[in-house]
Design a protein around this ligand. Structure first.
Ligand SMILES: Nc1nc2c(ncn2[C@@H]2O[C@H](COP(=O)(O)OP(=O)(O)OP(=O)(O)O)[C@@H](O)[C@H]2O)c(=O)[nH]1
Ligand SMILES: [Mg+2]
Length: 456
């Protein structure tokens, strides 16, 4: 196959993935994570950072009933929910981001197989379940590394030796790395380092020493994790979990789940800029050069942002049919059971997503006259970079007052027109267009967008 054929094949694949991503987002806007880890491993703390909250999650049974707190006769607060929290079937949801659904498993201790059996059964059920909204999307496996003498239990090593998780990627979260610092400092001082230097060097050195001694034990396993992240000081509410979000996004080679994840996580919108540019400019620019459909390209970029919802005329018609009086029996019959069932899910999702803006409204009710030309690679890079910058800024404005209104876009476009340095952006795009490899071009375009983000 020639290079241009390979490229057009890749473009078609991405096109297919993007339209599947839109369909998936119409059926579910929930991203489901299984977090596994021993007691006290730091699981809940990490989920709090991911959802940008200090609150405890609410726990719901599979039937959707909230698992409540109760008081014992001795007035000791019995945290019934805490038991509920570790029942893998229950859903943990934080008020601050209800689109993330977490399942919590206590991890695998030596000599106890029940947790592992439950995880296996859970994975089996979730992967064969036909309902898209029930699928599991990623596993975050927490391993606290403060107990350096015994970082992995035998049961944990067995898990990575013997149990594949099918298509669900596993990312290992090494937690509590800060607790290794004291002994690392001692070690460095013993080798002759000054105490202050040792304290500065400790964070990096703790991880390096752990990696050297233990990391390989895991990465060589038959079912090794897709990636891993080290965490420290996560009990501090301002601690950052960007790397986990970044690595989770990177495990999805397919746009379907990638878009779902990017639109659910709201903690790092820079990731939406990055993927929108990489996944839209490069596979599509030739297609758009020919068709000059800049509106479509803008819509594609917008779909990577959390405050956007996909909605087109066909969807409008379909929805109108659904709500129409019963007299149009033919249409109703044509809808068929499957479609009706799906549309019910759609209506339910609508309850959560009724504050989001449609790409169609953004294009119809805002002024995009800053886009003149979409002929060359540079024009298209400009279009995508500008759209991504405006979309990101509009997200922050929308977050202050979520609604379907396109006002945040109007303000973001105005702000861009007033304050962006167009000449600087164009010069940088010109330079990027001369870069040798596609990878270099990708990185350069993402950097242009990042460097020109609008301040709040
Ligand atoms: N030093 C340190 N402590 C942490 C870190 N992350 C969490 N902790 C603390 O570890 C304790 C346990 O954290 P949790 O997040 O409740 O752990 P968990 O895995 O959810 O625990 P269970 O729900 O009981 O299984 C809490 O006191 C946290 O403040 C970290 O990165 N460093
Ligand atoms: Mg917990």
């Amino acid at each position: 196959m020639s290079l241009s054929n390979v490229e057009s094949q890749a473009t078609e694949d991405i096109e297919r993935q993007q339209s599947r991503a839109r369909r998936v987002r119409n059926l579910t806007n929930r991203f489901r994570v299984l977090i596994i880890g021993r007691a006290n491993a730091g699981k809940t703390t990490i989920l709090q950072r991911v959802c940008n909250t200090t609150e405890q999650p609410k726990i719901f049974s599979p039937e959707g009933h909230e698992v409540m707190w109760i008081y014992t006769p001795y007035s000791i607060l019995l945290k019934v929910w805490q038991r509920g929290e570790h029942d893998i079937e229950n859903e943990m949801i934080f008020e601050s981001n209800k689109a993330f659904v977490f399942h919590d498993s206590r991890g695998f201790e030596a000599g106890r197989t029940s947790e592992l059996d439950k995880v296996k059964e859970f994975l089996q059920k979730r992967s064969t379940n036909k309902e898209l909204k029930d699928h599991l999307h990623v596993i975050w496996y927490c391993i606290p590394i403060n107990d350096e003498a015994r970082p992995f239990t035998r049961a944990e090593l067995n898990f990575f030796d013997e149990y594949g998780t099918g298509r669900v990627p596993v990312i290992v979260l090494f937690t509590k790395a800060d607790m290794l610092d004291a002994q690392t400092i001692k070690h460095l001082v013993d080798t002759g380092m000054d105490v202050e230097d040792a304290a500065n060097k400790a964070p990096e050195e703790s991880v390096a020493m752990f990696e050297k001694r233990f990391g390989q034990q895991l990465y060589k396993k038959k079912y090794h994790p897709k990636d891993y992240v080290y965490f420290r000081d996560m009990q501090n509410p301002t601690s950052d979990c960007t790397e986990l979000l970044r690595k989770t996004a990177a495990t999805f080679s397919d746009d379907t789940l990638l878009q779902l994840f990017l639109t659910v996580q709201q903690n790092n919108v820079a990731l939406s800029i990055e993927y929108a540019i990489i996944r839209v400019v490069f596979p599509d620019w030739k297609l758009f050069k020919e068709k000059r459909e800049w509106r479509k390209m803008v819509e594609k970029i917008l779909n990577y942002f959390p405050h956007m919802v996909w909605w087109d005329d066909a969807a409008d018609d379909f929805f109108a049919d659904l709500l129409a009086d019963d007299d149009d029996q033919v249409t109703r019959a044509c809808l068929g059971f499957e479609q009706r069932r799906r549309s019910m899910v759609w209506v339910l999702n609508g309850m959560i997503r009724n504050d989001e803006i449609t790409a169609k409204d953004v294009l119809d009710h805002t002024d995009w006259s800053l886009i003149h030309n979409t002929k060359s690679f540079k024009d298209i890079a400009f279009l995508c970079i500008v759209t991504a910058i405006i979309a990101e800024h509009s997200f922050f404005l929308w977050k202050q007052n979520p609604s379907k209104s396109t006002a945040p876009f109007k303000s973001a476009i105005q702000k861009f027109n007033l304050s962006a340095d167009m000449a600087k952006i164009n010069t940088a795009i010109e330079e990027a267009s001369h870069m040798k490899t596609k990878e270099q071009k990708k990185q350069a375009l993402v950097k242009i967008a990042m460097d020109n983000r609008l301040p709040l």
